[in-house]
Write a new protein. Structure first.
Length: 260
């Protein structure tokens, strides 16, 4: 794996307020089947998802991680103008037209949805969106994006933790399940908001969001994220981790997760 950095020049895009340029980390395998644009949660940095990135890279997925600072609405990761500017900048950078999946954890889930919706207007081969125990404004941001993505038959799935304060009692998971005609993802029975961060979860995440990451749950999050992403990017299904697949069925029988 090789790592490099770049700057997405979001400040060049029009807005009624100043937008910052966005420092971005790129982790690349020796052979690339596609790219994952990965967004961290509020109050976090890209390196909080290092362990997930390692698994994605092992599956030949290049990972692009913008650092969106957690600040007031204008110019921070909750700013829709910044979300769309990042999408446009990424689209210009993605000149080789590799297929793309968009992944977001926590507040990064709302970013992922808005960015994915913007990609529909860009020259990006978008193949799927994954929300990992996400938060976001449903009516203002998530629902319009989902409608646009569903119209283009882009799959949107979630890997949700059990209900807690940091996922607003699993509100996004329940909403997505109700708004989806088919498989919407899974909810881990004992899942914690910080599972995806693994050993990188800090004391703030542990104290505010349900405790330390569970290694078993983290491994499931990584397997599903990498497996679904790889399947979307290569157009080759991984049957064992689809709704009626053997691995999903085993996890259901063991009460590890439920299908949404």
């Amino acid at each position: 794996m090789t790592q490099s950095t770049m700057t997405l020049g979001s400040s060049a895009h029009s807005s009624d307020h100043e937008l910052p340029d966005v420092q971005t980390t790129v982790d690349s395998p020796s052979q690339v089947v596609g790219r994952a644009l990965l967004f961290h949660g509020f109050g976090r940095k890209p390196d909080a998802l290092d362990e997930l990135v390692s698994v994605l890279v092992e599956n030949n997925i290049e990972v692009v991680r913008p650092y969106l600072k957690s600040k007031a609405r204008h110019g921070g990761m909750n700013d829709p103008d910044l979300m769309r500017a990042v999408a446009r900048e990424f689209a210009m950078w993605n000149a080789d037209a590799l297929p793309v999946v968009v992944i977001g954890h926590s507040a990064g889930g709302a970013v992922a949805m808005v960015v994915a919706e913007q990609f529909l207007q860009e020259t990006v081969s978008l193949t799927g969106v994954l929300l990992i125990d996400s938060n976001g404004k449903i009516e203002e941001l998530m629902a319009p994006a989902l409608a646009a993505l569903q119209h283009e038959s882009i799959p949107v799935r979630t890997i949700a933790a059990s209900a807690s304060r940091c996922n607003r009692q699993a509100k996004i998971a329940h909403w997505l399940a109700g708004a989806s005609a088919g498989f919407a993802g899974v909810q881990l029975t004992t899942g914690r908001h910080c599972d995806v961060e693994g050993s990188k979860a800090d004391v703030t995440c542990r104290l505010l969001c349900g405790g330390a990451a569970d290694p078993t749950n983290a491994a499931i999050v990584y397997r599903l994220t990498a497996g679904w992403s790889h399947a979307w990017l290569t157009r080759k299904s991984h049957p064992e981790i689809e709704p009626d697949g053997q691995r999903i069925s085993i996890w259901q029988e063991l009460n590890v997760l439920k299908v949404l």
